[in-house]
Design a protein around this ligand. Structure first.
Ligand code: AMP
Ligand code: MG
Length: 508
């Protein structure tokens, strides 16, 4: 018999989490699946990671991407984490249907996690089957890649492989494994896990690991744990401001779904808003509207408070189980952490306003700008104007073409009154109209993954095995900024009766 060909070296792994953080994860293997088939491969991302896309698409590569073969150098682990879900604490969640295969250094030397989602049961699966369905994994591709094209920090999809295995949900669905790339999978909930167990030694190791990975300039400094909280807060302020400025609703901002890296993570019941309404909720599991569009900043701050609590012993100077800090040290730590949290809304508002000024075409900062932006949003809400198109057509108005904007408003008078204020506000700067409009168009996308188009593409894929609509939509979303006739169908909002009834399901 000829010797088996050596397994191709698909990834050059360097697995710091597995190596440096014993006791925070469980070594595990992905489940075998009957019929691997590649549905999606992100060749641009593969190139960025220094991977051979052709080798990944070959049968040996697809076997890896479906979980049937563990590639050389991988050390698959299920990570432990806890989390506040819809406000209540679960001390043990963890990777119930995910595995961290390992880490690679990308072409720019950045460390990136390569992880599976839907690769079978793990010791953290609780009642779940550990599986994922084709539709929700392709949704993660569409929305995540759209976020990336919009310039919003996000985990990314490298591949989706169909497994040939049915997954039982409300209906029987085709199964899939997603390969996800992330700056790390450190979550607020990872810290909560060890804090809740009062395992301070591991908590301290985890914090130093997070600092080395995301804020290396803080490594070894005496105030690094408070500074870590501040940095995570800054990243979240910028991230959530970006979400708000494109109308993105994450849908399930549990603390286990907030990454220390500042990337958007865990695309489940997420969606983009159509008509502007801060109360918008799409998620079928968010019955109280906790994660409504307008609540996202407050929830981010709430989640940061959970991170602060978890870090408190470290901020107070504790490093292990035998050096419990004095009450005075704990009190001081609490005061310092509280000050960081109290400063957060202003940081968020500043990030939001920076984005809004760009969207309004304001080259400088003036006191009334937040009011001007707020009144614009009130106007969109009162007249149920599509968020994306409203902003985009405002750029046309800046270029002197008012008709497309007016067409979105049923009542012309309040719009005109606001436009007069806006024009007066910008008048002191002699920016040519075309330049101003171009700048606004770089801040307000023409295309977002509209819910009805996403649903249509996913249904064609999982129900009819037709990946055409998915591929065309993904291709269109690669450039969300340039208006072009061939992509115009993706820019149109759904009929309002479709939008009103839209629900997303987290696809667990
Ligand atoms: P998520 O809502 O996707 O953020 O997941 C929350 C928790 O539930 C995590 O611990 C997941 O690993 C776990 N989980 C979600 N779906 C499944 C599933 N089908 N099987 C096992 N665990 C799951
Ligand atoms: Mg999650």
């Amino acid at each position: 018999m000829p010797a088996a060909a050596p397994a191709p070296l698909l990834f050059r792994f360097d697995n710091s989490y597995a190596r440096e953080l014993p006791g925070t994860h469980v070594p595990w293997k992905p489940a075998q699946v009957p019929a691997p088939r590649l549905l999606f491969l992100n060749t641009a991302l593969a190139a960025e990671l220094g991977l051979d896309a052709q080798a990944l698409a070959a049968p040996e590569g697809v076997a890896v991407l479906a979980g049937n073969a563990v590639p050389p150098g991988a050390e698959p682990i299920a990570q432990a984490y806890a989390g506040h879900q819809f406000g209540s604490f679960s001390p043990q969640l963890g990777d119930g249907r995910a595995l961290l295969l390992g880490e690679v250094l990308d072409a720019q030397g950045r460390r990136r996690d390569i992880a599976f989602k839907g690769s079978g049961r793990t010791p953290f699966s609780r009642g779940g089957d550990g599986k994922a369905a084709v539709g929700p994994m392709l949704r993660e591709v569409l929305v995540g890649e759209a976020m990336h094209a919009l310039g919003i920090p996000t985990t990314r999809a490298l591949a989706v492989a169909a497994t040939g295995e049915p997954v039982v949900r409300e209906e029987v669905l085709p199964g899939a494994v997603l390969t996800r790339v992330a700056a790390s999978h450190l979550r607020v909930g990872t810290f909560e896990f060890f804090a809740a167990r009062q395992d301070i030694a591991r908590l301290a190791q985890l914090a130093d690991y997070a600092i080395a990975r995301h804020d290396p300039d803080l490594a070894g400094t005496p105030g690094r744990h408070l500074a870590l909280l501040e940095r995570v807060g800054q990243r979240q302020a910028r991230l959530v401001a970006q979400w708000m400025n494109v109308g993105f609703i994450h849908g399930v901002m549990n603390t286990d779904n907030m990454a220390l890296s500042g990337e958007t993570i865990d695309y489940g019941p997420c969606a983009f808003m159509d008509a502007y309404d801060p109360g918008t909720v799409f998620s079928s599991i968010d019955r109280q509207g906790r994660y409504a569009y307008g609540n996202q900043p407050a929830i981010a701050q709430w989640n940061l408070a959970r991170l602060a609590e978890a870090l408190l012993p470290l901020i107070a100077g504790q490093r292990g189980d035998d050096d419990e800090p004095a009450d005075a040290a704990l009190q001081e730590a609490a005061q310092q952490a509280t000050a960081v949290l109290q400063a957060w809304p202003a940081a968020f508002e500043a990030a939001l306003l920076r984005g809004q000024r760009a969207k309004l075409g304001l080259a400088d900062a003036q006191d009334g700008d937040a009011q001007l932006a707020g009144d614009w949003l009130d106007l969109l809400q009162a007249q149920q104007v599509d968020f994306t198109l409203g902003w985009r057509r405002l750029a046309d108005a800046a270029a002197g073409d008012l008709a497309p904007l007016r067409a979105l408003f049923a009542d012309a008078a309040p719009l005109q009154a606001w436009l007069d204020r806006w024009q007066a506000r910008a008048a002191h700067r002699a920016v040519p109209a075309a330049d101003r409009a171009a700048g606004m168009r770089r801040a307000s996308p023409w295309l977002v993954p509209r819910n009805h188009r996403v649903e249509e593409a996913l249904r064609a894929a999982w129900q009819h095995d037709d990946l055409g609509p998915f591929e065309r939509l993904r291709e269109a979303l690669r450039d969300p900024w340039t208006e072009r006739p061939e992509a115009a169908v993706y820019a149109e909002p759904a009929a309002s009766e479709v939008a009103a009834g839209y629900r997303t399901f987290c696809g667990t």
